[in-house]
Design a protein around this ligand. Structure first.
Ligand code: ADP
Length: 260
């Protein structure tokens, strides 16, 4: 438990640091992007406009990355509520399909009568998005991304009780891909903040650290199973609750009137 606490604290201070830097950097980036846009407009038809477009593209990528950093740092403003995990998946499914691209097939298998979990809906969406983006990056030639839900009863004898995990009923959220998989040394470091094997600019190394932080904060656990050449499965367990799930109207991420 102490190890878990230390790890969470370390993630929190890293998050604050990263958030501060990302915020200032994003402001500077906005200025750069602004000027690059001027050059594109004023220099239309000249070679400068093409160069400025490259600046815009790279800057936009930088801006996406700083937003990821900010999302990582923003974990303190969470509002955990009883949630139906299936519903959260259904709400982001379209967005996931769009972000993984047409070469990857998304299939979801959602268990009937799934109990609620207590979590922040925005954070749960972020978990799904981060895992889907990693799966996409692991399948450049295409493949299948599978998201499924279910329940798991953790009893005293269960090996999961090892890390101070309470026995009880858990909701299981599993995300698997048919991608490259990870060699042992990558698996060992995958959850460390800023660990990435992606080319510089493509990854922050915060995706799985964020997932870990969110899940552990919600009283859950994350397991990684990966076979090089075959694919990766991330299994998340979140404590089940008897509470009725909040409907879409109460979710900060689904605040469109009537949900339409
Ligand atoms: P990032 O995606 O920015 O690199 P993450 O923390 O999400 O940061 O992932 C860390 C590393 O773990 C990745 O760079 C990659 O090497 C590995 N990884 C994560 N998810 C997968 C996956 N689904 N398949 C293969 N490797 C993965």
């Amino acid at each position: 438990d102490e190890v878990r606490q230390q790890r969470t604290q370390r993630l929190e201070s890293l998050g604050q640091l990263a958030g501060g830097v990302a915020h200032d950097f994003n402001n500077l980036l906005a200025v750069i992007l602004n000027y690059a846009e001027f050059i594109v407009e004023d220099g239309a038809g000249t070679p400068f406009a093409e160069d400025a477009k490259q600046i815009l593209r790279a800057g936009q990528r930088g801006s996406d990355l700083t937003h990821q950093l900010l999302a990582f740092a923003r974990r303190e403003v969470i509002r955990p509520v009883p949630l139906d995990v299936n519903r959260v998946i259904a709400e982001v499914e379209q967005m996931l399909t769009r972000s993984i691209g047409e070469h990857i097939e998304l299939s979801t298998t959602l268990a009937d009568g799934l109990p609620s979990v207590v979590a922040d809906p925005g954070q749960l969406e972020q978990v799904l998005v981060n895992l889907a983006v990693n799966a996409r990056d692991a399948m450049p030639e295409g493949g299948r991304l599978t998201v499924d839900t279910g329940t798991v009863t953790v009893d005293d004898e269960h090996s999961m009780t090892r890390d101070g995990f309470k026995p009880g009923l858990y909701v299981r959220l599993r995300v698997s891909d048919t991608g490259t998989g990870m060699p042992r040394d990558v698996q060992d470091k995958a959850f460390e903040p800023f660990f990435t094997t992606k080319p510089s600019g493509a990854g922050t190394g915060l995706g799985l650290a964020t997932v870990y932080g969110i899940v552990v904060q919600a009283g859950g656990t994350v397991r990684l199973y990966s076979e090089p050449g075959l694919g990766t499965t991330i299994t998340i367990l979140l404590p089940a609750t008897d509470a009725e799930p909040l409907t879409a109207g109460g979710s900060p991420c689904a605040d469109l009137p009537g949900g339409a």
